[in-house]
Design a protein around this ligand. Sequence first.
Ligand code: E4P
Length: 217
Amino acid sequence: MKFFVDTADTDAIHELNELGIVDGVTTNPSLIHKSGRGIKEVIAQIAEMVDGPVSAETVATDFETMVHEGHEVAKLGENIAIKVPLTWNGLKACKRLSGEGHMVNVTLCFSANQALLAAKAGATFVSPFIGRLDDINLDGMDLIGDIRDIYDNYGFETQILAASIRSVNHMTEAARIGADVATAPPDVIKKMAEHPLTDKGLKAFLEDWAKTGQSIL
Ligand code: E4P
């Protein structure tokens, strides 16, 4: 499973990128707002920093303007994935932009039928939002499983980009089910390294080591 970082915070991306675990980045209008920076400046910087796809979201709701915005954000780097919403106009824009050779991430996907349409429209990525389904008492992970089954039934090449990830358990489950990519906030990715038994074991080893009076260096 590829790891994308769901943030427009370039310091956080830099730290994870140094570890070599960043396969791409996703942003959205809320994350751009949180960064306090201009979309073009921040997306261009991120696209320069990472080798993989960097999703930049369009904000128009009509087809023509969405395509125009897609062309604008695509100029910000060679690795830009144009993000469009899973609306009828978004699907039309996906078809146009993917037909032109751009990577397209169809976002705000909340049903298997929506994901089926995104694949038919030539999406590079479809982004089902796990956490937001969990928020309304549905099971976001069930949707990842349904899309996996459907895409595998027909050999669709659209990649399932598990999004709206809120916990480390979401990461485990997305990987178990077979999401192609998971995009998560930096703190969730860092928490994946934590385990209380690791901390407890390390503490005991260090205490015993101190008793030996030895030094490795
Ligand atoms: C994905 O591309 C979205 O930016 C993101 O995962 C949304 O997450 P949220 O529901 O936690 O805002």
